[in-house]
Design a protein around this ligand. Structure first.
Ligand SMILES: O=P(O)(O)OC[C@H](O)CO
Ligand SMILES: [Mg+2]
Length: 239
Protein backbone atom coordinates (compact mmCIF):
# COMPACT_ATOMS: atom_id res chain seq x y z
CA UNK A 1 0.00 0.00 0.00
CA UNK A 2 1.28 3.49 -0.83
CA UNK A 3 1.70 5.41 2.40
CA UNK A 4 1.18 9.06 3.19
CA UNK A 5 4.45 9.27 5.13
CA UNK A 6 6.84 7.30 7.29
CA UNK A 7 5.52 7.99 10.74
CA UNK A 8 7.41 6.76 13.81
CA UNK A 9 5.83 8.81 16.63
CA UNK A 10 2.30 9.98 17.42
CA UNK A 11 1.15 13.09 19.32
CA UNK A 12 -2.48 13.39 20.37
CA UNK A 13 -4.43 16.52 21.20
CA UNK A 14 -6.68 15.92 24.20
CA UNK A 15 -9.90 18.00 24.40
CA UNK A 16 -12.36 17.05 21.69
CA UNK A 17 -9.96 14.47 20.25
CA UNK A 18 -9.20 11.88 22.95
CA UNK A 19 -11.76 13.17 25.45
CA UNK A 20 -15.31 14.34 24.83
CA UNK A 21 -14.73 17.55 26.77
CA UNK A 22 -15.36 20.29 24.18
CA UNK A 23 -19.09 19.90 24.93
CA UNK A 24 -18.45 21.10 28.49
CA UNK A 25 -16.73 24.29 27.29
CA UNK A 26 -19.62 24.88 24.87
CA UNK A 27 -22.27 24.32 27.54
CA UNK A 28 -20.62 26.64 30.06
CA UNK A 29 -19.96 29.37 27.49
CA UNK A 30 -23.61 29.23 26.40
CA UNK A 31 -24.68 29.69 30.03
CA UNK A 32 -22.35 32.67 30.55
CA UNK A 33 -23.37 34.45 27.33
CA UNK A 34 -27.06 33.92 28.16
CA UNK A 35 -26.47 36.07 31.27
CA UNK A 36 -25.72 38.92 28.82
CA UNK A 37 -28.62 38.03 26.48
CA UNK A 38 -26.22 36.73 23.83
CA UNK A 39 -25.96 33.38 22.09
CA UNK A 40 -22.86 31.28 21.61
CA UNK A 41 -22.30 30.02 18.06
CA UNK A 42 -19.87 27.78 16.18
CA UNK A 43 -18.05 30.70 14.54
CA UNK A 44 -16.95 31.82 17.98
CA UNK A 45 -16.40 28.24 19.16
CA UNK A 46 -14.06 27.59 16.21
CA UNK A 47 -11.94 30.61 17.11
CA UNK A 48 -11.60 29.60 20.78
CA UNK A 49 -11.11 25.85 20.71
CA UNK A 50 -7.67 24.39 21.32
CA UNK A 51 -6.23 27.67 22.57
CA UNK A 52 -4.78 28.48 25.97
CA UNK A 53 -7.41 29.60 28.50
CA UNK A 54 -6.47 33.31 28.62
CA UNK A 55 -6.18 33.51 24.83
CA UNK A 56 -9.61 31.98 24.28
CA UNK A 57 -11.05 34.15 27.08
CA UNK A 58 -9.93 37.32 25.28
CA UNK A 59 -11.55 36.10 22.05
CA UNK A 60 -14.75 35.20 23.94
CA UNK A 61 -15.37 38.60 25.56
CA UNK A 62 -14.23 40.64 22.54
CA UNK A 63 -16.01 38.74 19.76
CA UNK A 64 -19.25 38.41 21.71
CA UNK A 65 -19.23 42.16 22.45
CA UNK A 66 -19.33 41.88 26.25
CA UNK A 67 -15.80 43.12 27.02
CA UNK A 68 -17.17 46.31 28.64
CA UNK A 69 -19.07 44.18 31.18
CA UNK A 70 -16.75 41.18 31.63
CA UNK A 71 -12.95 41.01 31.46
CA UNK A 72 -11.18 37.86 30.19
CA UNK A 73 -9.97 37.20 33.74
CA UNK A 74 -13.51 37.53 35.19
CA UNK A 75 -14.83 35.21 32.48
CA UNK A 76 -12.28 32.56 33.49
CA UNK A 77 -13.36 32.82 37.14
CA UNK A 78 -17.05 32.43 36.19
CA UNK A 79 -16.23 29.51 33.87
CA UNK A 80 -14.01 27.70 36.36
CA UNK A 81 -16.66 26.76 38.93
CA UNK A 82 -18.95 25.33 36.27
CA UNK A 83 -16.21 23.44 34.44
CA UNK A 84 -14.82 21.89 37.59
CA UNK A 85 -18.10 20.12 38.30
CA UNK A 86 -18.31 18.77 34.72
CA UNK A 87 -14.73 17.62 33.96
CA UNK A 88 -14.70 14.56 36.27
CA UNK A 89 -17.48 13.07 34.08
CA UNK A 90 -15.34 13.19 30.91
CA UNK A 91 -15.67 10.23 28.53
CA UNK A 92 -13.19 9.03 25.91
CA UNK A 93 -14.06 9.81 22.27
CA UNK A 94 -15.07 6.82 20.09
CA UNK A 95 -12.05 4.87 18.89
CA UNK A 96 -9.55 6.65 21.17
CA UNK A 97 -8.87 3.80 23.58
CA UNK A 98 -8.69 1.24 20.77
CA UNK A 99 -6.13 3.29 18.84
CA UNK A 100 -3.97 4.08 21.89
CA UNK A 101 -3.92 0.42 22.97
CA UNK A 102 -3.06 -0.74 19.46
CA UNK A 103 -0.16 1.70 19.03
CA UNK A 104 1.14 0.93 22.52
CA UNK A 105 1.04 -2.80 21.85
CA UNK A 106 3.05 -2.23 18.68
CA UNK A 107 5.64 -0.09 20.48
CA UNK A 108 4.83 3.24 18.80
CA UNK A 109 5.82 6.07 21.17
CA UNK A 110 2.93 8.43 21.93
CA UNK A 111 2.48 11.75 23.74
CA UNK A 112 -0.31 14.21 24.51
CA UNK A 113 0.01 17.92 23.63
CA UNK A 114 -2.84 19.94 25.12
CA UNK A 115 -3.61 23.61 25.65
CA UNK A 116 -5.39 22.60 28.84
CA UNK A 117 -3.98 23.45 32.27
CA UNK A 118 -2.41 20.82 34.54
CA UNK A 119 -5.30 21.08 37.02
CA UNK A 120 -7.91 20.58 34.30
CA UNK A 121 -5.91 17.69 32.84
CA UNK A 122 -6.07 15.92 36.23
CA UNK A 123 -9.85 16.42 36.54
CA UNK A 124 -10.60 15.32 32.98
CA UNK A 125 -8.44 12.18 33.12
CA UNK A 126 -9.25 10.98 36.62
CA UNK A 127 -11.43 8.14 35.26
CA UNK A 128 -8.93 7.30 32.50
CA UNK A 129 -5.59 7.04 34.30
CA UNK A 130 -4.72 3.62 32.88
CA UNK A 131 -5.13 4.66 29.23
CA UNK A 132 -3.25 7.95 29.70
CA UNK A 133 -0.42 6.02 31.44
CA UNK A 134 0.33 4.50 28.01
CA UNK A 135 1.62 7.91 26.87
CA UNK A 136 5.38 8.45 27.05
CA UNK A 137 4.72 12.00 28.28
CA UNK A 138 2.13 14.78 28.50
CA UNK A 139 2.77 18.43 27.64
CA UNK A 140 0.15 20.87 28.94
CA UNK A 141 -0.53 24.53 28.17
CA UNK A 142 1.24 25.71 31.34
CA UNK A 143 4.54 24.07 30.43
CA UNK A 144 7.40 26.63 30.53
CA UNK A 145 8.43 25.63 27.00
CA UNK A 146 4.97 26.47 25.65
CA UNK A 147 5.48 30.23 25.35
CA UNK A 148 2.64 30.58 22.83
CA UNK A 149 -0.51 28.48 22.61
CA UNK A 150 -1.86 26.81 19.46
CA UNK A 151 -1.72 27.81 16.54
CA UNK A 152 1.94 28.38 17.51
CA UNK A 153 3.91 25.13 17.16
CA UNK A 154 5.41 25.31 20.70
CA UNK A 155 3.41 22.53 22.37
CA UNK A 156 4.04 20.03 19.55
CA UNK A 157 7.75 20.89 19.30
CA UNK A 158 8.11 20.50 23.08
CA UNK A 159 6.35 17.12 22.86
CA UNK A 160 8.61 15.96 19.98
CA UNK A 161 11.71 16.88 22.00
CA UNK A 162 10.80 14.73 24.98
CA UNK A 163 10.57 11.31 23.32
CA UNK A 164 13.40 8.90 24.08
CA UNK A 165 16.36 9.86 21.87
CA UNK A 166 14.48 13.07 20.96
CA UNK A 167 14.02 15.52 19.38
CA UNK A 168 12.12 13.50 16.82
CA UNK A 169 12.16 14.81 13.23
CA UNK A 170 8.78 16.60 12.79
CA UNK A 171 8.34 14.83 9.43
CA UNK A 172 8.15 11.51 11.30
CA UNK A 173 5.43 12.70 13.69
CA UNK A 174 1.70 12.24 13.17
CA UNK A 175 -0.52 14.65 15.10
CA UNK A 176 -4.22 14.06 15.79
CA UNK A 177 -6.29 17.21 16.31
CA UNK A 178 -9.91 18.36 16.40
CA UNK A 179 -9.44 22.16 16.41
CA UNK A 180 -8.45 24.52 13.58
CA UNK A 181 -5.85 26.20 15.85
CA UNK A 182 -4.45 22.77 16.71
CA UNK A 183 -4.21 21.67 13.08
CA UNK A 184 -2.36 24.89 12.28
CA UNK A 185 -0.03 24.31 15.26
CA UNK A 186 0.84 20.81 14.01
CA UNK A 187 1.43 22.04 10.46
CA UNK A 188 3.46 25.02 11.76
CA UNK A 189 5.61 22.44 13.58
CA UNK A 190 6.22 20.66 10.24
CA UNK A 191 4.24 17.55 11.25
CA UNK A 192 1.59 15.45 9.52
CA UNK A 193 -1.90 16.18 10.86
CA UNK A 194 -5.03 14.05 10.91
CA UNK A 195 -8.07 16.16 11.82
CA UNK A 196 -11.15 14.69 13.48
CA UNK A 197 -13.42 17.76 13.57
CA UNK A 198 -16.79 18.21 15.17
CA UNK A 199 -19.31 18.01 12.29
CA UNK A 200 -20.62 21.48 13.20
CA UNK A 201 -17.28 23.07 12.32
CA UNK A 202 -17.23 24.88 8.96
CA UNK A 203 -15.48 22.74 6.30
CA UNK A 204 -13.33 25.71 5.21
CA UNK A 205 -11.48 25.22 8.53
CA UNK A 206 -10.32 21.73 7.51
CA UNK A 207 -8.01 23.07 4.80
CA UNK A 208 -4.57 22.56 6.30
CA UNK A 209 -5.15 19.02 7.59
CA UNK A 210 -3.47 16.18 5.69
CA UNK A 211 -6.45 13.93 6.34
CA UNK A 212 -9.92 14.60 7.74
CA UNK A 213 -11.84 11.79 9.45
CA UNK A 214 -15.31 11.62 10.96
CA UNK A 215 -14.05 9.51 13.86
CA UNK A 216 -10.86 7.93 15.21
CA UNK A 217 -12.63 4.64 14.45
CA UNK A 218 -12.02 5.42 10.76
CA UNK A 219 -8.24 5.81 11.13
CA UNK A 220 -6.19 3.29 9.18
CA UNK A 221 -2.67 3.14 10.69
CA UNK A 222 -1.26 1.26 7.66
CA UNK A 223 -1.99 4.29 5.46
CA UNK A 224 0.63 6.18 7.49
CA UNK A 225 3.19 3.38 7.60
CA UNK A 226 2.13 2.43 11.14
CA UNK A 227 1.45 -1.19 12.20
CA UNK A 228 -1.94 -2.25 10.80
CA UNK A 229 -4.92 -3.05 12.96
CA UNK A 230 -5.34 -6.81 13.03
CA UNK A 231 -9.00 -6.94 12.05
CA UNK A 232 -10.01 -3.40 11.10
CA UNK A 233 -13.35 -4.47 9.64
CA UNK A 234 -14.56 -6.79 12.33
CA UNK A 235 -13.67 -4.88 15.48
CA UNK A 236 -16.82 -4.15 17.44
CA UNK A 237 -15.23 -2.10 20.20
CA UNK A 238 -16.06 1.59 19.91
CA UNK A 239 -14.01 3.14 22.67
O1 LIG B 1 -7.78 20.67 22.65
P1 LIG B 1 -6.74 20.81 23.70
O2 LIG B 1 -6.46 19.52 24.44
O3 LIG B 1 -5.46 21.49 23.24
O4 LIG B 1 -7.35 21.78 24.88
C1 LIG B 1 -7.57 23.11 24.68
C2 LIG B 1 -8.60 23.69 25.61
O5 LIG B 1 -8.40 23.27 26.92
C3 LIG B 1 -10.01 23.40 25.18
O6 LIG B 1 -10.34 23.97 23.93
MG1 LIG C 1 -8.68 19.75 20.98
Amino acid sequence: MATRGSVTHVIFDMDGLLLDTEKYYTEVQEVILARYNKTFDWDLKAKMMGKKAIESARIFVEESGISDSLSPEEFLVQREDLLRTLFPNSDMMPGASRLIRHLHEKGIPMAVATGSTKRHFELKTQRHKEIFSLMHHIVNGEDPEVKHGKPAPDVFLAAAKRFEGGPVDPGSVLVFEDAPAGVNAGKNAGMHVVMVPDPRLDCSLHDRADQVLESLLDFNPAEWGLPPLEKPDSIQQTT
